[in-house]
Ligand binder design. Sequence first.
Ligand SMILES: [Zn+2]
Length: 197
Amino acid sequence: MKIFKVGDTQKVMCESCQSLETATFGLRDVPFSDGHGLVKNVLVGVCDKCDRVAVIPQQSVPAIKKQLDARKKPIESRVPAHMVDILNLASSSLGASTDFSAALIKYFIHTIYENEKTADSLLKYLDSDLAEGKAQKRISLKGRLVLDELKTIRVRAHLTSNTDVLKAVVLKINDDVLVNPKAQLINELKSVAATYA
Ligand SMILES: [Zn+2]
């Protein structure tokens, strides 16, 4: 992939001019394709003739995607307070700050998703004493991938709510990280956790 710098130029087919023009790359605010709001400060190729955006290079796609994702609502689940404590404890035992909690949940959801058979094993956690308690705190998750995976796991495990899946995942984290830690898993998690220290 060619990486463009601010000030680089390229011949492009400009849709507005309907002709081959020179575009100069620079930082611009670009409207979202749905017309609501602007993607701020991304590198785009601007037509030298009509001053409109003529090309969005591949290198700008992740930054645009990030701003798009930021507009999406997270899913929020209300859970008993001790579930949030478990996530905080697990994060800290891995050497990370509590900011790691969401990434930790995502990691587990992804692992459970990857292995179809593990969905059923979540059910036993919902029967445990730790699954009980008044829902007084909140877990919020963002990201299209994790939401799709969560939904798939919910269907596979025959659960009716995302909250039940999340509760079971938190209790699995308790089991795998705090109660019966497995060396290989812990090592893997610690190297990810280091970026949240
Ligand atoms: Zn043009």
